[in-house]
Design a protein around this ligand. Structure first.
Ligand code: PMT
Length: 404
Protein backbone atom coordinates (compact mmCIF):
# COMPACT_ATOMS: atom_id res chain seq x y z
CA UNK A 1 0.00 0.00 0.00
CA UNK A 2 1.10 3.58 -0.60
CA UNK A 3 1.18 5.64 2.59
CA UNK A 4 1.63 9.40 2.68
CA UNK A 5 3.12 10.20 6.09
CA UNK A 6 2.50 13.79 7.19
CA UNK A 7 4.81 14.78 10.05
CA UNK A 8 3.95 17.72 12.31
CA UNK A 9 6.43 19.97 14.10
CA UNK A 10 6.53 18.51 17.60
CA UNK A 11 9.05 16.56 19.62
CA UNK A 12 7.28 13.27 18.76
CA UNK A 13 8.39 13.84 15.15
CA UNK A 14 11.52 11.84 15.99
CA UNK A 15 9.26 8.74 16.24
CA UNK A 16 8.26 9.25 12.59
CA UNK A 17 11.56 7.65 11.55
CA UNK A 18 10.61 4.45 13.39
CA UNK A 19 7.14 4.59 11.87
CA UNK A 20 8.63 4.75 8.37
CA UNK A 21 10.90 1.80 9.19
CA UNK A 22 8.00 -0.33 10.45
CA UNK A 23 5.79 0.53 7.48
CA UNK A 24 8.55 -0.34 5.02
CA UNK A 25 9.18 -3.56 6.92
CA UNK A 26 5.50 -4.49 6.40
CA UNK A 27 5.90 -3.96 2.67
CA UNK A 28 4.25 -0.52 2.36
CA UNK A 29 5.60 2.27 0.19
CA UNK A 30 6.01 5.48 2.17
CA UNK A 31 6.28 9.09 1.07
CA UNK A 32 7.16 11.49 3.89
CA UNK A 33 5.79 15.00 4.05
CA UNK A 34 7.28 16.83 7.05
CA UNK A 35 6.05 20.36 7.80
CA UNK A 36 8.69 23.09 7.89
CA UNK A 37 8.82 22.93 11.72
CA UNK A 38 9.02 19.12 11.69
CA UNK A 39 12.37 19.29 9.92
CA UNK A 40 13.78 20.94 13.08
CA UNK A 41 12.98 17.71 14.97
CA UNK A 42 13.77 15.03 12.39
CA UNK A 43 16.32 15.34 9.61
CA UNK A 44 14.89 15.24 6.06
CA UNK A 45 17.77 13.01 5.01
CA UNK A 46 16.84 10.43 7.68
CA UNK A 47 13.28 10.28 6.32
CA UNK A 48 14.46 10.14 2.74
CA UNK A 49 16.90 7.30 3.37
CA UNK A 50 14.40 5.26 5.44
CA UNK A 51 11.53 5.75 2.99
CA UNK A 52 13.68 5.40 -0.10
CA UNK A 53 11.75 8.21 -1.76
CA UNK A 54 12.15 11.96 -2.18
CA UNK A 55 10.18 13.97 0.36
CA UNK A 56 7.08 15.92 -0.53
CA UNK A 57 8.06 19.45 0.53
CA UNK A 58 7.20 23.09 0.05
CA UNK A 59 9.43 23.04 -3.05
CA UNK A 60 6.20 22.14 -4.86
CA UNK A 61 5.45 25.86 -4.94
CA UNK A 62 8.64 26.71 -6.81
CA UNK A 63 8.92 27.00 -10.59
CA UNK A 64 10.44 24.00 -12.34
CA UNK A 65 7.70 21.39 -11.94
CA UNK A 66 6.77 21.71 -15.60
CA UNK A 67 3.29 22.96 -14.70
CA UNK A 68 2.36 19.75 -12.85
CA UNK A 69 0.39 20.12 -9.64
CA UNK A 70 2.52 18.09 -7.27
CA UNK A 71 -0.01 18.05 -4.43
CA UNK A 72 -2.64 16.56 -6.77
CA UNK A 73 -0.15 14.01 -8.12
CA UNK A 74 0.87 13.12 -4.56
CA UNK A 75 -2.76 12.74 -3.46
CA UNK A 76 -3.49 10.49 -6.45
CA UNK A 77 -0.49 8.31 -5.49
CA UNK A 78 -1.67 8.07 -1.85
CA UNK A 79 -3.86 5.16 -0.73
CA UNK A 80 -3.86 6.13 2.94
CA UNK A 81 -2.87 9.35 4.68
CA UNK A 82 -1.29 9.14 8.12
CA UNK A 83 -0.45 12.29 10.09
CA UNK A 84 1.90 11.54 13.00
CA UNK A 85 2.50 13.49 15.08
CA UNK A 86 -0.48 15.79 14.57
CA UNK A 87 0.13 18.99 16.52
CA UNK A 88 -2.73 21.19 17.79
CA UNK A 89 -2.07 23.48 14.83
CA UNK A 90 -2.25 20.65 12.30
CA UNK A 91 -5.39 19.18 13.89
CA UNK A 92 -7.12 22.56 13.57
CA UNK A 93 -6.08 23.04 9.97
CA UNK A 94 -7.01 19.50 8.96
CA UNK A 95 -10.40 19.74 10.65
CA UNK A 96 -11.26 23.11 9.13
CA UNK A 97 -9.85 22.39 5.68
CA UNK A 98 -7.31 25.22 5.89
CA UNK A 99 -4.86 24.32 3.14
CA UNK A 100 -1.88 26.62 3.67
CA UNK A 101 1.02 24.24 3.05
CA UNK A 102 1.87 21.19 1.00
CA UNK A 103 0.68 18.70 3.63
CA UNK A 104 -2.77 20.20 4.22
CA UNK A 105 -3.26 20.96 0.51
CA UNK A 106 -2.42 17.38 -0.44
CA UNK A 107 -4.58 16.01 2.41
CA UNK A 108 -7.65 17.72 0.99
CA UNK A 109 -7.19 15.89 -2.29
CA UNK A 110 -6.59 12.41 -0.79
CA UNK A 111 -9.50 10.08 -1.54
CA UNK A 112 -8.48 7.27 0.86
CA UNK A 113 -8.75 6.99 4.64
CA UNK A 114 -6.98 9.32 7.09
CA UNK A 115 -5.25 8.15 10.26
CA UNK A 116 -4.27 10.93 12.66
CA UNK A 117 -2.06 10.51 15.75
CA UNK A 118 -2.22 13.65 17.91
CA UNK A 119 0.68 14.59 20.20
CA UNK A 120 1.01 17.65 22.41
CA UNK A 121 1.20 18.73 26.05
CA UNK A 122 -1.67 17.41 28.18
CA UNK A 123 -3.05 20.89 28.95
CA UNK A 124 -3.18 21.70 25.23
CA UNK A 125 -4.90 18.37 24.51
CA UNK A 126 -7.55 19.13 27.16
CA UNK A 127 -8.56 22.44 25.56
CA UNK A 128 -12.15 22.36 24.29
CA UNK A 129 -11.14 23.88 20.94
CA UNK A 130 -8.63 21.05 20.38
CA UNK A 131 -11.27 18.48 21.33
CA UNK A 132 -13.76 20.09 18.95
CA UNK A 133 -11.31 19.67 16.07
CA UNK A 134 -10.70 16.04 17.01
CA UNK A 135 -14.45 15.38 17.24
CA UNK A 136 -15.05 17.03 13.86
CA UNK A 137 -12.39 14.85 12.26
CA UNK A 138 -13.72 11.74 13.98
CA UNK A 139 -17.29 12.33 12.83
CA UNK A 140 -15.98 12.65 9.28
CA UNK A 141 -14.59 9.13 9.53
CA UNK A 142 -10.97 9.98 10.39
CA UNK A 143 -9.37 7.34 12.63
CA UNK A 144 -7.78 9.06 15.63
CA UNK A 145 -5.03 7.01 17.32
CA UNK A 146 -4.07 8.07 20.84
CA UNK A 147 -2.75 10.17 22.38
CA UNK A 148 -1.58 8.09 25.32
CA UNK A 149 -0.93 8.86 28.97
CA UNK A 150 2.66 9.04 30.08
CA UNK A 151 5.80 11.17 30.39
CA UNK A 152 5.64 14.37 28.34
CA UNK A 153 8.54 16.42 26.95
CA UNK A 154 7.97 19.00 29.72
CA UNK A 155 8.89 16.38 32.34
CA UNK A 156 5.28 16.17 33.55
CA UNK A 157 2.96 13.22 33.05
CA UNK A 158 -0.38 13.42 31.28
CA UNK A 159 -2.43 12.68 28.18
CA UNK A 160 -0.62 13.83 25.09
CA UNK A 161 2.08 11.30 24.20
CA UNK A 162 1.87 10.16 20.61
CA UNK A 163 0.66 6.56 20.27
CA UNK A 164 3.49 4.09 19.77
CA UNK A 165 4.45 3.55 16.09
CA UNK A 166 3.38 -0.14 16.28
CA UNK A 167 -0.12 0.97 17.24
CA UNK A 168 -0.26 3.49 14.40
CA UNK A 169 0.87 0.84 11.92
CA UNK A 170 -1.89 -1.51 13.21
CA UNK A 171 -4.46 1.24 12.63
CA UNK A 172 -3.19 1.86 9.09
CA UNK A 173 -3.40 -1.86 8.34
CA UNK A 174 -6.95 -2.05 9.75
CA UNK A 175 -8.06 0.95 7.66
CA UNK A 176 -6.89 -0.77 4.50
CA UNK A 177 -8.44 -4.16 5.25
CA UNK A 178 -11.82 -4.68 3.55
CA UNK A 179 -14.48 -5.19 6.22
CA UNK A 180 -16.79 -8.23 6.42
CA UNK A 181 -19.71 -6.07 5.26
CA UNK A 182 -17.92 -4.67 2.20
CA UNK A 183 -20.43 -4.51 -0.70
CA UNK A 184 -23.39 -4.65 1.71
CA UNK A 185 -26.00 -1.92 1.99
CA UNK A 186 -27.50 -1.44 5.42
CA UNK A 187 -30.31 0.88 6.43
CA UNK A 188 -30.63 1.85 10.09
CA UNK A 189 -33.37 3.94 11.69
CA UNK A 190 -32.76 5.76 14.97
CA UNK A 191 -34.36 8.16 17.39
CA UNK A 192 -37.93 9.22 17.99
CA UNK A 193 -40.50 10.65 15.62
CA UNK A 194 -42.31 13.89 16.41
CA UNK A 195 -45.96 14.05 15.46
CA UNK A 196 -47.15 17.67 15.30
CA UNK A 197 -50.20 18.93 17.19
CA UNK A 198 -49.70 22.51 16.01
CA UNK A 199 -46.63 24.40 14.68
CA UNK A 200 -44.89 24.30 18.08
CA UNK A 201 -46.23 21.23 19.91
CA UNK A 202 -45.83 17.55 19.14
CA UNK A 203 -46.29 14.04 20.46
CA UNK A 204 -42.92 12.33 20.86
CA UNK A 205 -40.92 9.97 23.03
CA UNK A 206 -37.63 9.86 24.90
CA UNK A 207 -35.50 8.01 22.35
CA UNK A 208 -32.08 9.66 22.06
CA UNK A 209 -30.98 7.79 18.93
CA UNK A 210 -27.92 6.35 20.70
CA UNK A 211 -28.81 2.71 20.02
CA UNK A 212 -29.39 3.26 16.30
CA UNK A 213 -26.33 5.50 15.89
CA UNK A 214 -24.13 2.87 17.56
CA UNK A 215 -25.45 0.27 15.10
CA UNK A 216 -24.85 2.57 12.11
CA UNK A 217 -21.27 3.30 13.29
CA UNK A 218 -20.55 -0.40 13.79
CA UNK A 219 -21.92 -1.33 10.35
CA UNK A 220 -19.89 1.42 8.67
CA UNK A 221 -16.79 0.27 10.57
CA UNK A 222 -17.29 -3.17 8.99
CA UNK A 223 -17.29 -1.66 5.52
CA UNK A 224 -21.04 -1.48 4.81
CA UNK A 225 -22.59 1.41 2.88
CA UNK A 226 -24.86 2.69 5.64
CA UNK A 227 -27.90 4.93 5.33
CA UNK A 228 -28.97 6.22 8.72
CA UNK A 229 -32.49 7.60 8.91
CA UNK A 230 -32.58 9.73 12.02
CA UNK A 231 -35.50 11.25 13.85
CA UNK A 232 -34.92 14.49 15.77
CA UNK A 233 -31.79 13.77 17.85
CA UNK A 234 -28.71 15.71 18.93
CA UNK A 235 -25.96 13.30 17.90
CA UNK A 236 -23.07 13.71 15.45
CA UNK A 237 -23.16 11.59 12.32
CA UNK A 238 -20.85 8.56 12.60
CA UNK A 239 -17.96 8.55 10.14
CA UNK A 240 -18.66 7.15 6.69
CA UNK A 241 -22.43 7.11 7.20
CA UNK A 242 -25.02 8.74 4.91
CA UNK A 243 -27.58 10.41 7.16
CA UNK A 244 -31.11 11.45 6.31
CA UNK A 245 -32.91 13.55 8.93
CA UNK A 246 -36.65 13.15 9.28
CA UNK A 247 -39.20 14.30 11.82
CA UNK A 248 -42.50 12.46 11.54
CA UNK A 249 -43.34 8.77 11.18
CA UNK A 250 -44.65 9.52 7.67
CA UNK A 251 -41.27 11.04 6.69
CA UNK A 252 -39.41 8.13 8.27
CA UNK A 253 -41.61 5.67 6.40
CA UNK A 254 -40.99 7.37 3.05
CA UNK A 255 -37.19 7.57 3.58
CA UNK A 256 -36.94 4.00 4.92
CA UNK A 257 -38.99 2.34 2.19
CA UNK A 258 -36.99 4.19 -0.51
CA UNK A 259 -33.61 3.30 1.03
CA UNK A 260 -34.63 -0.31 1.81
CA UNK A 261 -35.49 -1.15 -1.81
CA UNK A 262 -31.92 -2.29 -2.56
CA UNK A 263 -30.69 -2.91 0.99
CA UNK A 264 -29.18 -6.15 2.26
CA UNK A 265 -30.41 -5.45 5.78
CA UNK A 266 -32.67 -2.97 7.55
CA UNK A 267 -32.37 -2.38 11.30
CA UNK A 268 -35.32 -0.55 12.84
CA UNK A 269 -34.00 0.85 16.13
CA UNK A 270 -36.18 3.98 15.89
CA UNK A 271 -39.01 4.52 18.32
CA UNK A 272 -41.63 5.30 15.70
CA UNK A 273 -44.82 6.86 17.06
CA UNK A 274 -47.74 4.49 16.65
CA UNK A 275 -50.22 7.38 16.64
CA UNK A 276 -50.33 10.98 15.42
CA UNK A 277 -52.85 13.74 16.05
CA UNK A 278 -55.66 13.22 13.54
CA UNK A 279 -55.55 16.91 12.60
CA UNK A 280 -52.69 19.41 12.88
CA UNK A 281 -53.71 22.93 13.87
CA UNK A 282 -52.29 25.34 11.25
CA UNK A 283 -51.49 27.99 13.91
CA UNK A 284 -50.40 27.71 17.54
CA UNK A 285 -53.32 26.74 19.77
CA UNK A 286 -53.70 29.58 22.28
CA UNK A 287 -53.67 28.81 25.99
CA UNK A 288 -57.16 30.29 26.35
CA UNK A 289 -58.60 28.18 23.56
CA UNK A 290 -60.02 24.86 24.47
CA UNK A 291 -57.74 22.18 22.99
CA UNK A 292 -59.60 19.47 21.13
CA UNK A 293 -60.58 17.17 23.95
CA UNK A 294 -59.84 14.36 23.88
CA UNK A 295 -57.07 14.81 21.29
CA UNK A 296 -58.18 12.66 18.35
CA UNK A 297 -55.43 10.33 17.17
CA UNK A 298 -54.88 8.50 13.89
CA UNK A 299 -52.83 5.31 13.59
CA UNK A 300 -49.44 5.56 11.82
CA UNK A 301 -48.49 2.88 9.32
CA UNK A 302 -46.11 0.25 10.66
CA UNK A 303 -42.87 0.63 8.70
CA UNK A 304 -41.32 -2.65 9.81
CA UNK A 305 -44.41 -4.61 8.76
CA UNK A 306 -44.43 -2.87 5.38
CA UNK A 307 -40.79 -3.84 4.81
CA UNK A 308 -41.85 -7.48 4.45
CA UNK A 309 -43.37 -6.57 1.08
CA UNK A 310 -41.25 -3.48 0.24
CA UNK A 311 -37.90 -5.20 0.87
CA UNK A 312 -38.62 -8.94 0.95
CA UNK A 313 -34.99 -9.84 0.15
CA UNK A 314 -33.50 -7.76 2.98
CA UNK A 315 -32.64 -9.15 6.38
CA UNK A 316 -35.13 -7.34 8.63
CA UNK A 317 -34.19 -6.56 12.21
CA UNK A 318 -36.75 -5.08 14.57
CA UNK A 319 -36.51 -3.80 18.11
CA UNK A 320 -39.18 -4.46 20.72
CA UNK A 321 -39.59 -1.90 23.47
CA UNK A 322 -41.39 -3.81 26.20
CA UNK A 323 -42.52 -3.23 29.76
CA UNK A 324 -44.16 -6.60 30.46
CA UNK A 325 -43.47 -10.16 29.38
CA UNK A 326 -40.40 -9.48 27.23
CA UNK A 327 -40.10 -12.88 25.53
CA UNK A 328 -43.79 -13.38 24.78
CA UNK A 329 -44.30 -9.84 23.41
CA UNK A 330 -41.07 -9.86 21.39
CA UNK A 331 -41.78 -13.25 19.80
CA UNK A 332 -45.30 -12.10 18.91
CA UNK A 333 -43.80 -8.99 17.25
CA UNK A 334 -41.25 -11.10 15.38
CA UNK A 335 -44.13 -13.06 13.82
CA UNK A 336 -46.57 -10.18 13.35
CA UNK A 337 -44.03 -7.82 11.78
CA UNK A 338 -42.34 -10.51 9.71
CA UNK A 339 -38.76 -9.83 10.79
CA UNK A 340 -35.79 -12.16 10.92
CA UNK A 341 -34.37 -10.93 14.22
CA UNK A 342 -35.89 -8.92 17.02
CA UNK A 343 -33.97 -7.19 19.78
CA UNK A 344 -36.08 -6.95 22.92
CA UNK A 345 -35.35 -4.41 25.64
CA UNK A 346 -37.22 -3.71 28.85
CA UNK A 347 -37.80 0.04 28.59
CA UNK A 348 -39.20 0.26 32.13
CA UNK A 349 -35.92 -0.86 33.73
CA UNK A 350 -33.56 1.71 35.34
CA UNK A 351 -30.38 2.65 33.47
CA UNK A 352 -31.13 0.91 30.17
CA UNK A 353 -33.31 1.47 27.11
CA UNK A 354 -34.38 5.02 26.27
CA UNK A 355 -31.70 7.74 26.41
CA UNK A 356 -29.18 5.85 28.52
CA UNK A 357 -25.68 4.91 27.35
CA UNK A 358 -26.34 1.25 28.25
CA UNK A 359 -28.83 -1.36 27.24
CA UNK A 360 -29.73 -4.92 28.20
CA UNK A 361 -31.35 -7.00 25.50
CA UNK A 362 -32.42 -10.43 24.38
CA UNK A 363 -32.04 -11.09 20.67
CA UNK A 364 -34.64 -13.51 19.29
CA UNK A 365 -34.02 -15.09 15.88
CA UNK A 366 -36.11 -17.23 13.60
CA UNK A 367 -33.32 -19.78 13.68
CA UNK A 368 -31.26 -20.38 16.79
CA UNK A 369 -31.60 -19.86 20.50
CA UNK A 370 -32.33 -16.43 22.03
CA UNK A 371 -29.19 -14.53 23.00
CA UNK A 372 -29.26 -12.61 26.30
CA UNK A 373 -26.88 -9.66 26.62
CA UNK A 374 -26.70 -8.33 30.18
CA UNK A 375 -26.38 -4.58 30.78
CA UNK A 376 -23.49 -3.06 28.77
CA UNK A 377 -22.76 0.01 26.57
CA UNK A 378 -24.95 0.31 23.47
CA UNK A 379 -21.77 0.14 21.33
CA UNK A 380 -21.16 -3.40 22.64
CA UNK A 381 -24.78 -4.41 21.98
CA UNK A 382 -24.32 -3.04 18.45
CA UNK A 383 -21.16 -5.12 18.00
CA UNK A 384 -22.88 -8.40 18.94
CA UNK A 385 -25.96 -7.58 16.87
CA UNK A 386 -23.75 -6.83 13.85
CA UNK A 387 -21.92 -10.15 14.41
CA UNK A 388 -25.30 -11.89 13.96
CA UNK A 389 -26.25 -9.72 10.97
CA UNK A 390 -22.85 -10.38 9.34
CA UNK A 391 -23.27 -14.13 9.93
CA UNK A 392 -26.85 -14.21 8.58
CA UNK A 393 -25.86 -12.22 5.46
CA UNK A 394 -22.86 -14.48 4.84
CA UNK A 395 -25.18 -17.52 4.99
CA UNK A 396 -27.48 -15.88 2.42
CA UNK A 397 -24.59 -15.51 -0.04
CA UNK A 398 -23.33 -12.50 -2.00
CA UNK A 399 -25.26 -9.26 -1.98
CA UNK A 400 -27.80 -8.89 -4.79
CA UNK A 401 -26.58 -5.26 -4.83
CA UNK A 402 -22.96 -6.30 -5.55
CA UNK A 403 -21.76 -5.25 -8.94
CA UNK A 404 -24.54 -2.71 -9.41
O1 PMT B 1 -32.70 5.78 21.08
P1 PMT B 1 -32.20 5.33 22.43
O2 PMT B 1 -32.37 6.40 23.49
O3 PMT B 1 -30.81 4.78 22.37
O4 PMT B 1 -33.15 4.14 22.92
C1 PMT B 1 -33.14 2.93 22.24
C2 PMT B 1 -34.56 2.34 22.07
C3 PMT B 1 -35.13 1.99 23.45
C4 PMT B 1 -35.48 3.36 21.39
C5 PMT B 1 -34.40 1.06 21.18
O5 PMT B 1 -33.59 0.14 21.84
C6 PMT B 1 -35.76 0.44 20.87
O6 PMT B 1 -36.30 -0.35 21.60
N1 PMT B 1 -36.33 0.81 19.69
C7 PMT B 1 -37.66 0.38 19.23
C8 PMT B 1 -38.72 1.23 19.91
C9 PMT B 1 -40.11 0.85 19.46
O7 PMT B 1 -40.75 1.64 18.79
O8 PMT B 1 -40.48 -0.37 19.78
P2 PMT B 1 -41.94 -1.03 19.45
O9 PMT B 1 -41.96 -2.27 20.23
O10 PMT B 1 -43.03 -0.04 19.67
O11 PMT B 1 -41.86 -1.33 17.89
C10 PMT B 1 -41.38 -2.57 17.38
C11 PMT B 1 -40.64 -2.35 16.08
O12 PMT B 1 -41.52 -1.81 15.08
C12 PMT B 1 -39.47 -1.39 16.17
O13 PMT B 1 -38.41 -1.91 15.40
C13 PMT B 1 -40.02 -0.10 15.55
O14 PMT B 1 -38.99 0.65 14.93
C14 PMT B 1 -41.01 -0.63 14.53
N2 PMT B 1 -42.15 0.28 14.28
C15 PMT B 1 -42.97 0.68 15.28
C16 PMT B 1 -44.04 1.51 14.99
C17 PMT B 1 -44.28 1.90 13.66
N3 PMT B 1 -45.30 2.69 13.35
N4 PMT B 1 -43.46 1.48 12.68
C18 PMT B 1 -42.41 0.66 12.97
O15 PMT B 1 -41.67 0.28 12.06
Amino acid sequence: MRVLLGIGGGIAAYKAAELVRLLRGDGHEVCCCPTRHATAFVAPLTLEVLSGRPLLTEAYLEPGTGGREEHIDAAAWTEVLCVAPATADLLARLSLGIAGDVLTTTALAVAGPWIVAPAMHGRMWAQPQVQEHVERLRTRGVRIVGPEYGALASGESGWGRMAEPTKIVAEITAALRPGPLQDRRIVVTAGPTYEPIDPVRFLGNRSSGRMGFAIAAEAAGRGAAVTLIAGPVALPTPGGVRRLDVETAAEMRQATLAAAADADAVVMAAAVADFRPAAVAPVKIKKGEAPPAPLALARNPDILTELATAAPGALRVGFAAETGDLAREALAKLERKGCDLIVANDVSAEGIGFASPDNEVTIFRRRGEPLFLSRRPKEEIARTLLDLVTQELAERGPSPAAGR
